[in-house]
Design a protein around this ligand. Structure first.
Ligand code: IPM
Ligand code: MG
Length: 357
């Protein structure tokens, strides 16, 4: 029997609540599909700051490096909002992405049939379905570029640098082309090549990689147009390739089109099979501790873990089917609630998915 070692970063806010439900689902899948799970707890984010003074203790990095996959809830909260940038909870998240070299962030955004009513767009705009894969570069760009503050002629200034090497663009472009090949065969590259030099290099590099993928239909959009097209006609997209910051923004937008940010899972991958799996939403301190957070994005992140890190495809499919089933049964956390649904809390939703499994 295979045993998978998973490091749990429960994090802050609603993080611990949603991770608890995801673990129940993972344990149940292991039972049903015949694999064992070994968990290690580690601190990252605000909870790590409180316990150790830093958002990403070395011990956490070591534990993650020694595991097959990492499951993360969410980090951040008001309590830590006034700390300097490099000591904030978010610095822990960027730090672990960098330390594990997880440069490829896959963020699928799809509308589940039963949730069509939660999509804010007109039914004729979304049509039968929307199923997009946002491929976001995760360890480069303005998130990791040179930054600083300075005073020029007595005036305070600050800067962050969008910086990409061709090596960084090539490897993320390949991930996007491969993903398009396995899906609908269409890739839309998003950049701002009409203004930014870094985007011009990005686009040239994407075009070069494209010659290796003549079977993939490649198009390009500037980020502003892409943001508009995503709500004007989301059906036109299959795979979207974007830099770190553009992918961050577009994936939040895509999640709302899909009904709720509480539904979107993500996988962060590098060159090996070890990945970090997390919902794309934040720690939602406003609803933390109330038992109403939607655990489905984290549960769907488990499905991605099974698919991308462990090759447990049947188990991954089973989780997705179980999520569809509870949605079909009308179960709704408040974020996806529409009239006629059965309003449930975090634990009830998690239990329902386990039961459906
Ligand atoms: C995300 C989040 C993070 C990001 C924040 C919390 C640092 O918004 O994962 O999308 O910007 O990458
Ligand atoms: Mg984000």
């Amino acid at each position: 029997m295979n045993t998978y070692k998973i490091t749990l970063l429960r994090g802050d806010g609603i993080g611990p609540e949603i991770v608890a439900e995801a673990i129940k689902v993972l344990d149940k899948t292991g039972e049903r599909f015949g694999f064992a799970l070994e968990y290690t707890e580690a601190l990252m984010g605000g909870c790590a700051i409180d316990a150790t003074g830093v958002p990403l203790p070395q011990e956490t990095i070591d534990k993650c490096l020694a595991s097959d996959a990492v499951l993360l809830g969410a980090v951040g909260g008001w309590k830590w909002d006034n700390l300097p940038g490099n000591r904030r909870p978010e610095a822990g998240l960027l730090g672990i992405r960098g330390a594990l070299e997880l440069y490829a962030n896959l963020r699928p955004a799809k509308i589940y049939g039963p949730l069509k009513g939660a999509c804010p767009l007109r039914p004729d705009i979304i049509g039968d379905s929307m199923d997009i894969m946002v491929v976001r570069e995760l360890t480069g760009g303005i998130y990791f570029g040179k930054r600083g503050r300075e005073t020029v002629d007595g005036v305070e200034a600050a800067y962050d640098t969008e910086y990409y090497t061709t090596t960084e663009v090539e490897r993320i472009a390949r991930v996007a082309f491969e993903s398009a090949r396995k899906r609908g065969g269409k890739l839309c590259n998003v950049d701002k090549a009409n203004v930014l030099e870094s985007s011009r290099l990005w686009r040239e590099t994407v075009l070069r990689v494209a010659t290796e993928y003549p079977d993939v239909q490649l198009s390009h959009l500037y980020i502003d147009n892409a943001a508009m097209q995503l709500v004007r006609n989301p059906k036109q997209f299959d795979v979207i390739l974007a830099s770190n910051i553009f992918g961050d923004i577009l994936s939040d937008e895509a999640s709302q089109v899909a009904g709720s940010i509480g539904m979107l899972a993500s996988a962060s991958l590098g060159n090996g099979t070890r990945g970090l799996y997390e919902p794309i939403h934040g720690s939602a301190p406003d609803i933390a501790g109330k038992g109403i957070a939607n655990p489905l994005a984290t549960i769907l992140s488990i499905s991605m873990m099974l698919r991308y890190s462990f090759d447990e495809f049947a188990a991954a499919d089973a989780i997705e089917a179980a999520v569809e089933k509870v949605l079909e049964d009308g179960l709704r956390t408040p974020d996806i609630y529409t009239q006629g649904g059965k309003k449930v809390g975090t634990v009830e939703m998690g239990d329902a998915v386990v039961a459906a499994l």
